[in-house]
Design a protein around this ligand. Structure first.
Ligand code: GDP
Ligand code: FE
Ligand code: FE
Ligand code: FE
Length: 192
């Protein structure tokens, strides 16, 4: 697919129609942050833009739609025991592929991994994971520190975000998805 002003405008229209204004503004913030990281660390700006714009595309879908996709597309059925927080990326990529026609596997993977991270992450995966956390509209405690780290060392930014997200989830007694722990072990504890 050729990515030009026309295709971008069409994509933006579909994304805007799929979410609240607040979330759409978040998505635009993630795109700006991802483009800046792509420039700094040498990733394709086109891929960074498309992955950022689509990363939360499915977030406002109903639980029943996600459950249907999990069953119909042979996902691990353990996913049925989780919720939108985990589904909207991991399973949401399916909606992006089907409805927006995005087939680039590296983009789809960055969407899949944007919430939990993973032990193995490509440059694009890291950029989307970090951009989602540091975009200008975010007001998370410690976000200024995360922004400063992201300008110096992307792997360290992945570690910082992972540690703080996990600490927050533990603080509120949330269940931890195993992939989030894998991310912690690799990027924070630096376990081989
Ligand atoms: P957003 O979609 O832009 O709001 O951000 P994310 O996709 O990164 O995260 C969505 C939500 O999932 C946030 O509230 C995270 O704290 C939460 N989250 C991330 N990892 C886990 C996990 O392992 N378990 C649970 N229960 N929630 C998680
Ligand atoms: Fe998300
Ligand atoms: Fe995130
Ligand atoms: Fe997001």
């Amino acid at each position: 697919m050729k990515y030009n002003e026309n295709t971008r405008a069409t994509l933006l229209e579909k994304i805007k129609a799929a979410m609240s204004e607040k979330r759409f503004n978040h998505v635009l913030g993630v795109e700006a942050a991802a483009l800046s990281l792509a420039e700094r660390y040498g990733e394709s700006k086109e891929k960074a833009s498309i992955a950022a714009l689509t990363h939360d595309y499915a977030k406002e879908r109903s639980d029943s739609e996600f459950k249907q996709v999990i069953r119909d597309y042979d996902y691990d059925l353990d996913l049925l025991n989780w919720n939108n927080a985990i589904w909207h990326g991991l399973v949401g990529a399916q909606f992006v592929e089907k409805e927006l026609g995005i087939t680039d596997e590296s983009i789809l993977q960055a969407i899949r991994l944007h919430t939990t991270g993973a032990s193995q992450m490509s440059l694009l995966d890291k950029i989307i994971y970090v951009a989602d956390y540091i975009e200008a509209g975010r007001d998370i405690p410690g976000v200024e520190k995360a922004r400063a780290i992201a300008k110096k060392d992307l792997d360290e930014a992945v570690a910082y975000e992972t540690k703080h997200t996990l600490a927050h989830l533990i603080d509120i007694n949330a269940p931890i998805y195993p992939k989030t722990i894998e991310t912690y072990n690799r990027w924070v504890a630096k376990k081989n």
